[in-house]
Ligand binder design. Structure first.
Ligand code: GTP
Ligand code: MG
Length: 333
């Protein structure tokens, strides 16, 4: 079998969502590396087909619009290809998501946000993926900082129509950028309930919809911190603080199997208990923090500083990404 051939047993998951909702960042967080193009402007310009192969030893990519040659996966290469590929011809990536369960091959399709006024072609790519690719699941990514926009509504309407036409495709809603929530003012539970009610207006009758809130950017940064990847000043600053009460509220409010909720809660507690033994990381994170805020101790009374390895692991768990992975793993059972 060729390197980029897709096993018959693979599940095909479409990452769908408006521009900048965080589709690519979620994939980076799952991977623990920043390889998929992500940024504040319309970023992903074409379809990236990402094959998660548990037997995969190395991460490779190819751009069929240019050649069949395979290259080691790198951020620079994907960035250079992004926006130069032929219409509806995805770039292929084969890799192994280390935090996912090992048994079943998966294919993720990262797509552009279809709602950019400047780039009409982005919409064409995403609608091609939605309407034509052999999907088994849709992961709809919503931006908690920008819910209920006209663009979101239009996308939901089209998604619902395609789900109906294609005989029902199971849907998971990922509520990203949970870190924008002020837990004292905005009850996470209410936001999620509202989303769930809204969804029933778009998806075919009887479709069950789980909703998992995540902080993808935090998850990506904390995983890269643990790997001692080079972070930008902005990333170090972003990754320094976390609101544990928000993490708790997210976990309680998520609409997902209870087995996942209790497993994540146990892991959070385990990391909380380990904090006092975890000195390994302390020096380096404190050093980084000090470079950015030489004076400041805490910027906000609700936020805790991430100081050591256990904090970092607890933050990753609390970010919702571990719940998302456990949810994906239920698909492989
Ligand atoms: N605050 C916050 N920002 C996030 C989070 N996840 C992603 N972002 C930021 O949102 C911006 C857009 O993220 P992308 O992953 O590029 O979004 P996308 O949905 O792939 O966007 P397109 O490819 O343009 O459709 C980036 O600046 C990310 O760093 C998050 O959990 N919290
Ligand atoms: Mg993207």
């Amino acid at each position: 079998m060729g390197v980029f051939d897709i096993p018959d047993a693979a599940l095909h998951i479409l990452m769908l969502g408006c521009m900048s909702s965080g589709k690519s960042t979620i994939l980076n967080a799952l991977l623990g590396r920043g390889v998929f193009p992500a940024g504040n402007r319309a970023t992903t310009a074409q379809i990236f087909r990402i094959i998660h192969d548990p037997r995969s030893q190395e991460a490779v990519c190819r751009n069929l619009s240019e050649s069949e040659e395979r290259f080691p996966l790198s951020r620079e290469r994907l960035a250079a290809w992004n926006g130069t590929m032929r219409e509806n011809v995805p770039a292929d990536i084969r890799l192994f998501f280390p935090h996912l369960e090992k048994r079943r091959p998966l294919v993720f399709y990262d797509t552009p946000g279809p709602n950019t006024s400047k780039y009409g072609a982005h919409r064409g790519e995403t609608y091609f993926a939605l309407e034509k690719l052999p999907l088994t699941h849709i992961f709809l990514v919503l931006d908690m900082a920008q819910l209920h926009t006209r663009d979101e509504e239009a996308l939901l309407r089209d998604m619902g129509r395609v789900m109906e036409e294609r005989g029902g495709i199971p849907l998971l809603v990922i509520l990203n950028k949970a870190d924008v929530i002020d837990v004292d003012k905005e009850p996470v539970q209410e936001i999620i309930q509202e989303i769930q009610e809204d969804m029933s207006g778009y998806v075919p009758a009887g479709t069950h919809v789980d909703v998992i809130p995540v902080m993808a950017r935090g998850a990506e940064i904390w995983r890269r911190m643990i790997d001692r990847d080079a972070l930008t000043t902005f990333e170090i600053e972003f990754g320094q603080y976390i609101d544990w009460r928000l993490c708790q509220a997210m976990l309680e409010a998520a609409v997902m199997p209870d087995a996942i909720r209790s497993s994540v809660a146990e892991q959070m507690e385990e990391w909380r208990r380990l904090q006092k033994f975890s000195q390994v990381f302390k020096g380096s994170l404190e050093y980084l923090a000090h470079r950015i805020h030489p004076e400041a101790e805490i910027i906000n009374k609700n936020m805790s500083k991430i100081l050591d390895y256990a904090d970092c692991r607890r933050a990753i768990t609390g970010s919702g990404i571990v719940a998302l992975e456990a949810w994906i793993d239920t698909l492989t059972a």
